[in-house]
Design a protein. Structure first.
Length: 207
């Protein structure tokens, strides 16, 4: 019974959220908003569970002197507890230790990670744009036109380059994006139906 109870709950709420979209009634709208409020509460609790599991995982690694990459787990635990302490006891006002750590340590590290991603994108673009066949030639040509069309030098060469870049982004690229979005939507619908009908049970754990 304990195994089937989550399936029943998932079926009831999944069916309700699907049906209420087609029932524009005040009662249906109020129930929908109430369910969304509960989703926010469950989401907040799941963050606490995730944080607890993260602390447990890195505590187990840090407690083993011969564990590989033990120093990284120690750094993670140190950062978590520092942010918790500063947030609870030094987190009032606009100029706090908590905000200083976030703005001067967390934000620069995030900017560094996004900056490194640009080099990976450039490397992938170089490998993908090599003219090895007809498809690569078309891809390389489109990329050159779009890049030139988005910088001032493209308009200085000829006004047709920015116009061609806009056409490439608004017609063939948009058609491809819409095809991808439709595929994502169909996959989401199929996965939702599998969860509602109890076919997909991986969220229960186990096989």
């Amino acid at each position: 019974m304990l195994r089937k109870l989550p399936l029943y709950i998932c079926f009831v709420f999944g069916t309700f959220m699907l049906a209420q979209f087609f029932i524009p009634h005040p009662v249906s709208t109020a129930l929908y908003k109430m369910v969304l409020d509960w989703v926010q509460i469950i989401y907040a609790l799941s963050l606490l569970v995730g944080a607890a599991m993260l602390i447990k995982h890195h505590t187990l690694i840090a407690s083993k002197p011969v564990a590989k990459d033990r120093q990284y787990s120690l750094i993670v635990l140190f950062g978590i507890f520092i942010m918790i302490i500063t947030g609870l006891f030094f987190g009032r006002g606009n100029k706090t230790v908590f905000l200083w750590i976030f703005n001067n340590i967390q934000a620069p590290m995030q900017a560094t990670m996004f900056s490194l991603l640009s080099f990976f994108v450039a490397s992938a673009a170089y490998r993908g744009f090599r003219a090895r066949n007809a498809q690569s030639v078309f891809l390389l040509g489109a990329a050159i036109i779009v890049m030139l069309g988005k910088v001032p030098i493209g308009d200085m060469i000829t006004p047709y380059i920015p116009q061609s870049a806009d056409w490439l982004l608004n017609v063939p690229s948009m058609a491809a994006r819409r095809g991808i979005y439709i595929g994502i939507a169909l996959g989401t619908i199929a996965t939702s139906l599998r969860v509602i009908l109890g076919i997909e049970r991986t969220y229960l754990g186990g096989k």
